[in-house]
Design a protein. Structure first.
Length: 657
């Protein structure tokens, strides 16, 4: 292979255009309307974004400068304007729809709580006043370590209301991970709960906070706010810890928003780096909010009558953009769910859709694949006619899972928006538009208007249509990462490397385009294998394995060093039946090797295939491929595995055929 291009070997030609009826009602209706927006952005890039920012958001002080490119890559958007995110999410609806339900909360045990926009506004104001009463002010950092709940959204919105920068830490992270984030952010307060319920189990949270604060280095934490969720007794440190109910007692139910510069840091969200140290991705106020609102209207075709459900946890960027901010800013009714998709049975998601008449459903391919395995025909037991749009997020979806989602969940009538984006991008970047795009299984299709994407080789040169390479974004966009908190040099090196003359945002993903110009994401650049000089995306081999729908439920592919070929393909496979052992395992492994050779070519045949009852995943459902790489190489696992849902699976996967 020359110039570092990546071979794309899977072919997918099935197209599913939106119905004429759907396209007619869509917010972006038809290809011509999409093209008109793209042309406007091309013709007058700054004017395009300025128009949208003025139309979508309420400004306290209007901006006069749209984009400042004087200090690349530290771009600034609308930076002489002032606004407040919470005001844009809540106050704007008080005159027009105060009684509309903002959040339908379903607890792990099935109990349902609803809160209107007016009541949510009052709860946010009371908690914002509680934060202020403990000395928390504009620019301070606050850690949020909460279960999925109305209160988690209230906590985030309250921070935004007073100009404090929040950093949400997923409620499955360990005390050590929490401590690292507290120290790196320089936080002065933590908002948490006594515990949470997931899958019928009680999981402690406050004890993890106590352990984190005892590790040393967290002396700046002066307040810990504790929401009582489980009722299990916990120690409370006098002077530092305060119950949520006590904190808001007597607080006024109105609170003037603190107006902040459009570039003010709304939040820091930590994401994994290629090194062990997590990266604090810092997002702005104005540009971020604009993009979450636009993508709600464009990608999800938001309508006032929709019931929107994004299944992501608030600990991830998806939960920020499409549980806390974008959906509330456009005035949507959303579902927030505390539990897991398989409790009390594999019909839980479908029952929630039926009960709350969900119309837009957004979840992860991992969840879809696990639900296929748990009950292929489960969705047919429920009335899913309320659905009109389906979405996927977090990783590429293999074509077989896409087709199941389309046929069994969507009844072949719901457009699927397979969204590619990242923590760093703030919102969707490449995705089908439901009233525009003829969708293709496994393809993220085309960039959104104003997003200038390309696929380049290792020298930064475009590879051209039909080839694979490195995905880059060539122009700034409003919701982009502003910096890595406290480490601007790492920001430049990671996302604007000198290899590309510091001009292009490096997504870190490999991608290819097909004959229709559609983008297909092929996995991380560091998930690209070089086998005998052929560079192959791991996602393609995974898709090929899962395409054997009779045998395979799920697969993850990594590389390991090989003297002969440079790298060897190592596959970890979960079968639809019981985990095979002995001769049966050898037989099935050989069958799967031949299957991959038939699907892709002999070069992609896995050298090793290991079978497990499941794969190592975080509690949010993300496969921990770095751990699989260590197993494939025969290395001792030195990484923290406390965030795994199922740490015992690692020993099982170490067994080689």
């Amino acid at each position: 292979m020359s110039n570092g291009t990546i071979e794309s070997v899977l072919q997918e030609d099935r197209l599913f255009p939106p119905s004429a009826e759907f396209a007619k009602q869509a917010n972006i209706s038809g290809v011509a309307a999409y093209q008109a927006l793209c042309d406007e952005a091309h013709r007058d890039f700054e004017g395009f974004w300025a128009r949208l920012a003025r139309e979508q958001m309420l400004w306290h002080k209007p901006f006069t400068k749209t984009l400042d490119e004087s200090n690349p890559p530290f771009f600034k958007w609308f930076h002489d304007g002032e606004l407040n995110v919470s005001y844009n999410c809540l106050d704007r609806h008080l005159a027009t729809q105060p009684g509309k339900v903002a959040i339908i909360f379903e607890a792990d045990d099935g109990k349902v709580t609803k809160i209107t926009y007016k009541n949510l506004y009052h709860e946010v104001c009371k908690f914002a006043n509680a934060l202020k009463s403990r000395g928390i002010a504009k620019g301070d950092r606050v850690i949020i370590y909460m279960p999925m709940s109305i209160e988690a959204v209230v906590a985030m919105q309250a921070c935004a209301r007073i100009g404090a920068t929040h950093s949400v830490v997923f409620g499955g992270f360990s005390a050590k991970s929490l401590e690292e984030r507290i120290i790196d952010a320089g936080a002065i307060a933590v908002i948490t709960a006594d515990g949470q319920f997931r899958g019928g189990k009680e999981i402690p949270l406050k004890p993890v906070v106590d352990e984190a604060l005892s590790l040393g280095g967290c002396e700046a934490i002066k307040s810990v706010f504790v929401y009582k969720r489980t009722g299990t007794g916990i120690p409370m440190a006098a002077g530092r810890d305060i119950w949520w109910t006590d904190a808001i007692k007597g607080q006024a139910d109105s609170c003037d928003p603190v107006w902040v510069n459009a570039e003010h840091p709304l939040f820091i969200l930590y994401t994994s780096g290629s090194t062990g140290k997590p990266k604090g991705v810092q997002h702005s106020t104005g540009g971020y909010l604009l993009w979450t609102m636009l993508t709600m209207r464009w990608t999800f075709d938001y309508k006032p009558q929709d019931v929107f459900w994004c299944t992501a946890d608030v600990g991830w960027v998806t939960g920020h953009s499409y549980v806390c901010y974008g959906n509330l800013a456009v005035g949507a009714t959303e579902v927030v769910f505390e539990g897991v998709p398989t409790y009390p049975d594999a019909g839980r998601f479908w029952k929630i859709i039926q009960d709350h008449k969900v119309s837009v459903f957004y979840t992860a391919p991992t969840a879809i694949r696990s639900l296929i395995k748990a009950g292929h025909d489960q969705p047919k037991k429920y009335d899913l006619k309320s659905l009109r749009i389906l979405g996927t997020v977090g990783e590429p979806i293999n074509p077989e899972a896409w087709m199941w989602y389309h046929e069994v969940v969507g009844g072949e009538r719901c457009p699927i928006v397979d969204t590619w984006w990242q923590t760093e991008t703030g919102g969707h970047m490449i995705t089908p538009l439901p009233g525009v795009t003829a969708t293709k299984p496994g393809s993220a299709t085309l960039p959104l208007p104003g997003i200038i994407a390309d696929i380049v080789d290792e020298t930064g040169q475009s590879v051209g249509k039909g080839k694979g390479g490195i995905l880059v974004i060539k122009r700034p966009w409003p919701a982009m990462i502003r910096t890595i908190w406290g480490d601007p040099e790492r920001f430049k090196k990671t996302y604007y490397p000198e290899d590309f003359k510091g001009k292009y945002y490096l997504a870190g993903d490999g991608a290819s385009t097909d004959k229709d110009g559609y983008y297909r994401i092929m996995g991380r650049i560091d998930d690209v294998l070089n086998v005998s000089g052929h560079r192959l995306g791991t996602m393609e081999i995974e898709s090929a394995l899962v395409a054997n729908s009779k045998l395979v439920a799920e697969a993850a592919v990594v590389g390991r060093p090989d003297e002969l070929t440079g790298e060897a393909v190592c596959a970890f496979v979960v079968l639809k039946g019981a985990r095979p052992v002995g001769e049966e395992a050898h037989k099935i492994a050989e069958e799967l090797r031949n299957w991959v050779a038939k699907e892709i070519g002999a070069i992609a045949k896995p050298r090793d295939i290991r079978f497990g009852d499941n794969l190592p995943k975080t509690r949010s459902g993300k496969i921990m491929r770095r751990l699989l790489r260590s197993i494939a190489k025969g290395e001792e696992i030195a990484q923290d595995v406390s965030t795994l849902e199922n740490p015992a699976i690692l020993e099982q996967l170490k067994e080689s055929l």
